[in-house]
Each structure stands twice: as structure tokens, then as C-alpha cells.
Design a protein around this ligand. Structure first.
Ligand SMILES: NC(=O)c1ccc[n+]([C@@H]2O[C@H](COP(=O)([O-])OP(=O)(O)OC[C@H]3O[C@@H](n4cnc5c(N)ncnc54)[C@H](O)[C@@H]3O)[C@@H](O)[C@H]2O)c1
Ligand SMILES: N[C@@H](CCC=O)C(=O)O
Length: 516
């Protein structure tokens, strides 16, 4: 087996790649509007009630109609998953890993098609969608290898003693609920699903309501790669109707959740309650929101800083948990930095991502549009609007990159996750003050420090309390196996997706000792 290497991104300057992507997009456009069933125990189930998934760039365009699971279907899916668990959990690790490698090969072969689905269903630009597909492939390749290593090295971790034969094994937990967000509709869905599955668990996958079609495409790839029935059960639905029911169910052994702080905290409470017939303490793994800051130190190149901020704040319309939504700038360069960031924000072309010249696309739906525009109104009272502030939901959900200057650290737009193309800038007098302000939220996900002062970088290394700290680069774009990803405090349960410890979260260690 060759060592893991991250999947290369597509060079869209190359005309051949442009053509290949355009052909994939045209093919996918022919397939819009179809109906997709649930998949329970390998069987297609049509409930007659559907989620209508739409294109956020062109809201009249229906991407697909996906059947909705209710509580009965969750019961059936749990039964199917426990049935499949009997054999899947005992399958040799190498065979479980092979499922991931084959799925990676299938997605790689049709990568532009997967990216095209995301362009249309999530409003990702070509490049953002390509990175999402590459990350999905990375999770498959990385977790497959990680599981093989984990199983192989287990016994080497023990201290031998004479007269005993001792072994340890990382065994799976049981049946889990996989609850991903919509914003990395292939990468995060894939990573969350296959990490649990390669460890020997079986799961119910409940994709986000905004992006169920791309999740169905993953199911097709897993099936094509030979996944046995019942290992992953596809149960999209209205979380208000079946979400609490699934998470609170006595037969669910673990919950792997990625999403907002609000929903994560609610589900954590629910999962902690033991209900009659429940024989375990549920494991709860949560990766939640961020309020990520870029600190710009005295003496840093202002133009370079402004570019890094714009990339981190406005890529995919700021809809990344890692996105920069706060800038903390030293007073010596503050005014010039505000002007440069505003200039770049104003020059951003916003529109339908089918147009390759567009800088950033829409926000995902009407609810997101309302939330972000409400925060823009709040921002008008909390700071000085220097760019953007305009929005239109006539054809799609478009919001111009927006910049507020002179915002106080305790303002709402400096404290609450907006999840849109909005950045707030504040001024500080010293580097220490900058790090205090950066640490002054409930979150602790990503952060960047832009500085040429080595002492300041060393100070930030120790004092800036975030799970992913970056120096002199953007705060988005973690790579699987290179930058293990996940945050502190209200950003989650301190897990690190794409890192060497992640699979342990889906296993428990069994120790077997024989007296010789
Ligand atoms: N830390 C990370 O790695 C990471 C990565 C991506 C996104 N996020 C965060 O995710 C959020 C954006 O995603 P979102 O809008 O989909 O988040 P969300 O919290 O609204 O939803 C996340 C998932 O939870 C489901 N859900 C909602 N209520 C539920 C319930 N009662 N029972 C069961 N499931 C329920 C949703 O349907 C969705 O599948 C942002 O806060 C972002 O920062 C974090
Ligand atoms: N892992 C991604 C963010 C995932 C959350 O939205 C990044 O590093 O930018």
C-alpha cells in the first residue's frame, strides 16, 4: 500500500480541465429534478414525502426530491444497522479499509461530476467544490490507512510480562447516528460516515436538509464499491420530526455531529439522558461553530494581510466554520488595512457560480439569507460599514461581502457566529491585547496571526487558544492528515477530524489476558 498523500487539486487554468468540468456540469444538469429514496438495509424506500432540494444560485431550479424518513423509518433503520453490525463488526480490518479505498477510486474517477453536484446544490464555486471532492477522497484514503495501522500496532503498545499472553484490540462501539452539516456536503459527510464505518460500526446517515442529493451520490459510490446492506442507512428527514427521536433512541450507541453550537448543545443534553432499556452511556462527538480571528501585527505587509483576510472571510461566502469573521489589527496599520480590505470586498463579483468569473456565490437558503442580513442590520449599529451591506434574494441568495470597522470586541457581530460574508474589524494598541481580544469569545476553532515578530509568534503559540492556529496564512483550508481539524471550548468536543487520534473516538479497547 502506498503511503497516504493528499489528493491534488484541479488546475482550472488548464483548458482541458475547464472542458472536463463543463462536460460534467452539463451531464449533471440533465439529471436535475429526479426523486431519490431512503436506503434502509440496502433497500430503496419511498415514503411519499419529500425534501425539495434547490439551487441557491437559482432558487427556482430543483436539484432533486429526496424522500423523508419519519420515526418509523428510523426504527427500521436501527434494526437494519444492528443486523448488519453482527457481521460488519467482525469483518477483517483490511476488508473494511478496502471499501474506503474502492470508494475513493470511484469518486476520483468521476470527481468533476461530484463537484458539479455541489456547485448546483450548495452554491460552491468550481474551485471550492473541487477542494471538497478532494477532501472526501483524502478522508477515504487516510482513515482506511489509519484503521489498518491502529489494528496492527495495538499489541506493540503493551508492556510484556512473563507468564501471560496479553492482547488488546480496538473494537467498534455499535450503531451510530451521523449528523453532518450542509457546508462541506461531500467531504464532511464522507469523513464522518467512513470514520465510524471503517472502525466496524454501522450507522444511520441523516444528511442536512439543504444538501441531501450529494449525500445520496456518496451512498451510490459506497454501494458500487461493495458496501454490504445495512452498514450505512440513508435516512434524510426533517430534524424537528425525527432528529431528537433518533439521537434520544435507546438503541443508538454514539452520535457524531457537526453543526452549530446551538444544535450541538441541545443534542449533547439529549444524548446524556439514559432512557429505559438503554445499556450504555452514549458517546457524543461534536464539531461545532467558530468565531475565528485574524490578528494583524505591527509591521506586517498591509496588502498581503488584506488578501489573506478576504480569502479567509469571503471564500464560499464565509460559510465555513473556519472562516475569518473578526480582524484584530494593530493601531499603526489599522486605517490602511481597513481601506485595503474594503477595496477587495467591493471588487468581489457575487453571483451564480456556474459563471466561472464569479468570486463568490450565494448563501445556502432563505433562512441563511435572513440570518446574515439581520446581522448586517445589527452591524450598522455596532460599527462603521465600509463595504457591502447589500443583498438580493430575487433569483438566488446573494450577499455582497460586507466589512464593518471600529467594532468593539464585545459587540454581537464580534461574538456570535454569522456564517456569511461579513467581517468585523477592531483596533488594538499591543500584541498582547490582540491575543486577549482573539480569545474573548465562547469559541476556539481557528485563528491566524500575521506577524514578522518571532517573539510575538511564540507568544501566540502558547496563548492563542484555538484548535487550529495558523501563522502568516489564511485560517481556512485544513488538509486531511496535514492539519488535524477541530476546535476548543464551544467549538466542539476537542476531536480532530483528519488527525491520527480521530478513529479512537469510534472504538473501545478490549484487553484479553491468558495465564500461561
Ligand atoms: N467544527 C467543524 O468542523 C464544523 C464544520 C462544518 C460546519 N460547522 C458548523 O456547522 C454549522 C453550519 O451547519 P448547519 O447549518 O447545517 O448546522 P445545524 O446545527 O443547523 O445542523 C447540523 C445538522 O444537524 C441537524 N439537526 C438540526 N437539528 C437537529 C435535531 N434536533 N436532531 C438531529 N439533528 C438535527 C441538521 O439537520 C444538520 O444535519 C456552523 O455553525 C458551522 O460552524 C462546524
Ligand atoms: N476544514 C475546513 C472547514 C470546515 C468547516 O466548515 C477548513 O479548514 O477550512
Amino acid at each position: 500500500m502506498i503511503p497516504y498523500r493528499p489528493e491534488p487539486l484541479t488546475d482550472f487554468h488548464n483548458p482541458a480541465n475547464q472542458e472536463a468540468f463543463a462536460a460534467a456540469l452539463a451531464k449533471v444538469e440533465q439529471e436535475l429534478g429526479r426523486t431519490y429514496p431512503l436506503i434502509i438495509g440496502g433497500k430503496r424506500v419511498d415514503t411519499g414525502r419529500y425534501i425539495e432540494s434547490i439551487n441557491p444560485s437559482k432558487k427556482a431550479e430543483v436539484i432533486g426530491r429526496v424522500a423523508m424518513a419519519g420515526q418509523d423509518e428510523i426504527e427500521r433503520a436501527l434494526e437494519a444497522a444492528w443486523e448488519a453490525y453482527r457481521t460488519w463488526s467482525r469483518m477483517p480490518v483490511i476488508e473494511r479499509a478496502a471499501l474506503l479505498f474502492k470508494t475513493a477510486a470511484i469518486i476520483r474517477r468521476r470527481k468533476h461530476e461530484f463537484s458539479a453536484w455541489m456547485l448546483l446544490e450548495a452554491g460552491k464555486s468550481r474551485a471550492e467544490a473541487d477542494a471538497d471532492t478532494a477532501e472526501a477522497i483524502d478522508f477515504l484514503e487516510y482513515y482506511g490507512r489509519q484503521m489498518i495501522d491502529l489494528a496492527r500496532r495495538a499489541d506493540d503498545l503493551l508492556t510484556p510480562i512473563s507468564g501471560e499472553d496479553n492482547h488488546i484490540e480496538y473494537i467498534p462501539l455499535g450503531v451510530g447516528a451521523i449528523i453532518p452539516p450542509w457546508n462541506f456536503p461531500l467531504a464532511i459527510v464522507t469523513g464522518m460516515t467512513v470514520s465510524a464505518v471503517v472502525a466496524g460500526n454501522t450507522v444511520l446517515l441523516k444528511p442536512a436538509i439543504q444538501t441531501p442529493v450529494i449525500a445520496y451520490k456518496l451512498m451510490e459510490a459506497l454501494e458500487e464499491a461493495g458496501m454490504p446492506p445495512g452498514v450505512v442507512n440513508f435516512v434524510p428527514g426533517d430534524p424537528a420530526e425525527m432528529g431528537d427521536f433518533m439521537v434520544g433512541h435507546k438503541d443508538v450507541r454514539f452520535i457524531s455531529f457537526t453543526g452549530s453550537k446551538q444544535v450541538g448543545l441541545h443534542l449533547n443534553e439529549l444524548a446524556a439522558k439514559r432512557i429505559p432499556g438503554q445499556r450504555w452511556i452514549k458517546r457524543f462527538i461534536a464539531e461545532m461553530g467558530g468565531k475565528d480571528a485574524i490578528v494583524v501585527d505591527e509591521g506586517y505587509d498591509v496588502q498581503a494581510a488584506a488578501q489573506i483576510i478576504a480569502q479567509s472571510a469571503f471564500g464560499f461566502s464565509g460559510q465555513k466554520c473556519s472562516a475569518c469573521s473578526r480582524v484584530i489589527a494593530h493601531e499603526s496599520l489599522y486605517d490602511e488595512l481597513v481601506d485595503r480590505v474594503a477595496e477587495i470586498a467591493k471588487a468581489f463579483k457575487v453571483g451564480d457560480v456556474r459563471d466561472a468569473s464569479v468570486g463568490t456565490g450565494p448563501v445556502v437558503d432563505q433562512k441563511a439569507f435572513e440570518k446574515v442580513t439581520t446581522y448586517i442590520e445589527i452591524g450598522r449599529g455596532e460599527g462603521r460599514l465600509v463595504a457591502g451591506g447589500t443583498a438580493s434574494n430575487e433569483t438566488g441568495f446573494f450577499i455582497q461581502p460586507t466589512v464593518f470597522a471600529d467594532v468593539k470586541p464585545d459587540a454581537r457581530i464580534m461574538q456570535e457566529e454569522i456564517f456569511g460574508p461579513v467581517v468585523a474589524i477592531t483596533k488594538v494598541k499591543s500584541f498582547e491585547e490582540a491575543i486577549d481580544v482573539a480569545n474573548g469569545t465562547d469559541f476556539g476553532l481557528t485563528g491566524s496571526v500575521l506577524s514578522t515578530n518571532r517573539e510575538h509568534l511564540a507568544y501566540a503559540r502558547h496563548h492563542f487558544h484555538v484548535g487550529n492556529l495558523y501563522f502568516n496564512r489564511k485560517c481556512t483550508g485544513a488538509i486531511v492528515g496535514v492539519h488535524p481539524f477541530g476546535g476548543f471550548n464551544m467549538s466542539g468536543t476537542d476531536s480532530k477530524a483528519g488527525g491520527p487520534d480521530y478513529l479512537l473516538l469510534f472504538t473501545q479497547m478490549k484487553s484479553v489476558s491468558e495465564l500461561l
